[in-house]
Design a protein around this ligand. Sequence first.
Ligand code: ZN
Length: 141
Amino acid sequence: MLEELAINSKIIMGNMEYGSDLLLELNNICQTKEIFAGKIEGIGAVKCATIGFYDQEKKEYIWNKIHRPMEVLSLKGNISIKDNKPFVHAHIVLGDHNSQVYGGHLGEDTQVFAFEYIIVPLQGDAFVRGFDKKTGLFLWK
Ligand code: ZN
């Protein structure tokens, strides 16, 4: 899957409200602003986090719930279309008080303490996610 997309002149930068659900709020921003293609990055801190690892044999996510404050060292994600709506796919790298690092696929129930994001919308034919039999994932078709 390869398509030429262009950077829109508008780049969105903001900070998320304390207590927001990080993934839900990123999806919410994209829906409100009607962004169907683009990239996301961010840094900040969370009160707790849910990160996933995709088990390639079982074809399902193993979710790891972290019940303590962590730094968001890096969040990177992309925006495409799933079920006719903007869909954010993001990965997150978290650090704790000992500088131990954890990371994975960002899941719901990751509560924001503070989070600064930059969203770069892209112009062109947005990618649409569809079910992929080989992987069990919803990939760009
Ligand atoms: Zn992922």
